[in-house]
Design a protein around this ligand. Structure first.
Ligand code: DAH
Length: 346
């Protein structure tokens, strides 16, 4: 009997040791331990055994032998499987990484956001207006009637019979905002937006560019309010040492009209090529809102007064970041744009 047990055990050992996959291991389990398996049958034979105790012990030895070999093999096969998987998923961390090009905030947008935040901190609203505009708002309500020579200065893209156009300035938003104010509401607004003129593109001209319009209407507003506001903004944008000055100018919708200058941040008045040796840089047109414009838009000029201004956004950004070609903003050349990544130029 003892030999029989030994030979069954040896057979089990040998069979299991030759197995190389889980499927075969499962099969052999059924073969020995299944319902009609060899060990199960031996177990069932106990009822006919003469020495049940010894018989039982022998069957147990065989079962233990099977279980031990089975468990060891299972462990071995699982480990093999895992190693295979790890091998196939191995990452070579010494390989050079692929360079990912990241974007940077558009410098013009960043500048506009900065200006918006400054004006918002002074109680201004940021408003919007249509780029496809009516002649009425772009010119007529702003005191520029049909046939007026001031129209020639703005080579306009007309869309339909001279009544619909691509706005040549953001000033029409002044008229639109005043009309909404019903002649009885104070106004503080800025409007950054795209404008269009039939210019040939070169380093300083673009057929599409951006302006930042501003309008304040209230009671007892004077030119000194405009000066104070402009001075505050200029110092915030260009540094506390920035000085400002007004020069007389002419715009049809403001009276008096001025050009606003800042002291040259590059040479501080000594003269350089940024300020064309004058020590000053012009950054916007501005003035007191013309009584005709107030009246056209429903505000009584005897009661209300206001100031308006218009910055060229690209010009501000070019000055602030030392860019000398306006086309830079509109070309999507990542190598070029990288040079003006805000982080690097600040
Ligand atoms: N709209 C003018 C232009 O495009 C700029 C401007 C000048 C706007 C004076 C104003 C202003 O609001 O008061 O040339």
């Amino acid at each position: 009997m003892k030999e029989k047990v030994e030979s069954i055990c040896n057979e089990i050992k040998e069979k299991i040791s030759n197995i190389s996959n889980i499927q075969d291991l499962n099969n052999i389990k059924t073969q020995y331990m299944g319902k009609k398996g060899i060990i199960t049958e031996l177990q069932n034979g106990i009822k006919d055994a003469s020495d049940k105790k010894e018989y039982g012990m022998n069957v147990n030895t065989i079962r233990t032998c099977f279980n031990d070999n089975y468990e060891n093999k299972l462990k071995e096969l699982n480990e093999k499987e895992l190693n295979k998987k790890l091998e196939s998923e191995k990452v070579d961390i010494s390989l050079p990484a692929t360079k990912i090009n990241t974007g940077a905030p558009n410098i013009l947008e960043s500048l506009i956001e900065e200006v918006e935040e400054l004006f918002m901190s002074m109680g201004y609203d940021v408003v919007d207006g249509p780029e496809i505009e009516e002649d009425k708002f772009n010119f007529e309500m702003l005191n520029i009637p049909k046939g007026h020579p001031a129209r020639d200065a703005q080579d306009t893209f007309y869309i339909e019979d001279e009544s619909i156009l691509l706005r040549s300035q953001t000033s029409p938003v002044q008229a639109r905002t005043m009309l909404k104010g019903n002649g009885n509401t104070p106004i503080r607004m800025i409007c950054p937006g795209k404008t269009y003129r039939r210019d040939d593109d070169d380093a300083t001209h673009s057929h599409q560019f951006m302006q930042i319009e501003g309008l304040l209407v209230d009671k007892n507003i004077s030119l000194s309010d405009l000066k104070g506001t402009f001075d505050t903004i200029a110092k915030k944008l260009f540094g506390e040492n920035c000085e400002t000055r007004f020069r007389p100018s002419y715009y049809q919708f403001t009276e008096p009209s001025v050009e606003t200058d800042i002291s040259c941040f590059n040479c501080h008045g000594k003269g350089c090529n940024i300020c064309k040796n004058t020590g000053w840089i012009t950054v916007s047109g501005a003035g007191m809102v013309h009584p005709n414009v107030l009246r056209n838009c429903g505000y009584d000029p005897e009661v209300w007064s206001g100031f308006a201004f218009g910055f060229g956004a690209e010009r501000l950004a070019m000055l602030k970041y030392g860019i000398n070609d306006i086309r830079t903003f509109y070309q999507t050349d990542i190598r070029e744009l990288k040079n003006f990544d805000r982080k690097e130029t600040k």
